[in-house]
Design a protein around this ligand. Structure first.
Ligand SMILES: Nc1ncnc2c1ncn2[C@@H]1O[C@H](COP(=O)(O)OP(=O)(O)OP(=O)(O)O)[C@@H](O)[C@H]1O
Length: 415
């Protein structure tokens, strides 16, 4: 809560929040035109987007069509109290953090504000710095909470994260064709379906599409749909309100909202339960998500990239994947070639993994001799690039390549 006594400390902190404010959107809900415009004059030049609502009805119209990072809410809105509306809204569903403006400094209002879910409170009259700080703190609080959740999710889902910033190493015609297709499709808003066996680099390709897209400055959020239980997957993807199910003690923004303006990568999309597939189709068509337990839908603007290593058409035929969703996501389709069809890429990849992993593990790099290169080319690589990476890592740790790579090839000439 911000009190007049804090005022002296606030001006210094305002500048620290400046960059945070520049990326957020704010909705002001106040029925007094003078106050609305006073707040708009302070926040307008600092924020990415600012909208004004003169009544609760107008606020609800805004919330139905746009996403806001913070709401600044006056407690006296004609006949209704902002707090009552807030409590009702929280009960109905998802709302961004709210800064409540009140003329009264009584403890009862402060307690009620916290119970209704306001994250900050400003006492009238307040100074511009107090408003800027309250809004920035609320946005920051929300951002940290979400980031924390997403980081935990990423840690769980991507043990390979340190090596997924690759740029599709290799010069084989097959990978050149993929690179060219990525360069064509990346700037477009279209969703992309990546297929190919496990370990062929679908996630690497998805990251590359994101990095080359106009959304590159925003989040790339990878989600392994098959790694989550059917019960949790919807709450993770769409978010949930407080009390939506047993254990939902807090509301949580889903991964769709976290990827807002960026890219959501749905890996192993065939692993989604049919009921979630139906919801996903609605999100793709309407660009809106409804958190579990919420009445309100939230608009989303992001790019979707899907990946699977199963035959989706066969899944459709077997009734395990919705045909309408398949047609909706199968517009731009890129198939990642298996490593054994990528010629000399195996040698280039082995060299690149050797160099990076030896640096990362602090172990001396092993020499990749012509005999080992020839053996690498001969292998079948059912686990594709991931198998190669693991082989190099193991060789570095053991200080030697496995015998089948170092023995001479008796079936033909090598070195
Ligand atoms: N062309 C490439 N250049 C460099 N590294 C690559 C390439 N392709 C794959 N990798 C590496 O191989 C590993 C597996 O790649 P990735 O996770 O993208 O595969 P995937 O097809 O998404 O696998 P899965 O279907 O099992 O999720 C990662 O460590 C990745 O960095």
């Amino acid at each position: 809560m911000t009190h007049p006594a804090d005022a002296a400390a606030l001006p210094q902190r305002a500048s620290a929040y400046g960059t945070r404010l520049a990326s957020i959107s704010v909705l002001i809900v106040d029925d007094e035109p003078g106050m609305r415009h006073f707040i708009a004059r302070i926040l307008g030049p600092q924020c990415k987007r600012l909208e004004l609502a003169a009544s609760i009805a107008e606020a609800e119209d805004w919330l139905a069509c746009a996403q806001f990072d913070v709401i600044v809410l006056d407690n006296i809105l004609g006949a209704e109290r902002g707090l009552d509306w807030l409590a009702r809204q929280r009960g109905r569903g998802f709302l961004p953090p709210v800064v409540l403006i009140s003329a009264f400094a009584d403890l009862e209002t402060a307690i009620e504000a916290m119970q209704a879910g306001a994250v900050d409170m400003l006492l009238k009259p307040f100074r511009s710095n107090q408003l800027l700080n309250a809004v920035a703190r609320s946005a920051e609080h929300m951002r940290l909470e979400n980031e924390n959740h997403v980081l935990r999710h990423k840690l769980r889902s991507s043990a390979e994260s340190s090596l997924t910033s690759d740029r599709l190493t290799g010069n084989s015609p097959a990978i050149e064709a993929i690179r060219a297709a990525i360069a064509r499709v990346a700037p477009l808003p279209s969703s992309v379906l990546l297929t190919g066996a496990s370990g062929t680099g679908k996630e690497v390709a998805a990251r590359m599409i994101h990095d080359l897209s106009p959304r590159a400055q925003h989040h790339f959020v990878p989600v392994n749909c098959a790694a989550m239980s059917a019960e949790m997957v919807e709450a993770e993807l769409f978010g949930h309100v407080e009390g939506a199910f047993a254990g939902a003690t807090n509301r949580r923004e889903g991964l769709f909202l976290h990827a807002q303006d960026g890219t959501l990568f749905l890996d192993e999309v065939s692993g989604l339960p049919l009921s979630t597939q139906a919801k996903l189709l609605r999100v793709i068509e309407d660009h809106r998500v409804r958190p579990v337990g919420a009445e309100r839908e939230i608009p989303v603007d992001l790019r979707l990239i899907f990946a699977t290593n199963t035959d989706l058409e066969a899944e459709v035929a077997a009734g395990r994947f919705r045909a309408d969703l398949f047609y909706r996501i199968n517009i731009v389709h890129l198939h990642m070639p298996p490593l054994r069809e990528r010629g000399d890429d195996v040698v280039a990849l082995a060299g690149s993994f050797m160099e990076r992993l030896s640096r990362q593990l602090g172990m001396p790099a092993l020499d990749i001799t012509p005999r080992i290169e020839a053996a690498l080319r001969r292998r079948d690589w059912p686990g594709n690039v991931r198998e190669l990476r693991n082989l190099i890592e193991r060789a570095l740790i053991l200080g030697t390549f496995p015998p089948d790579l170092t023995q001479p090839d008796l079936t033909g000439p090598d070195d």
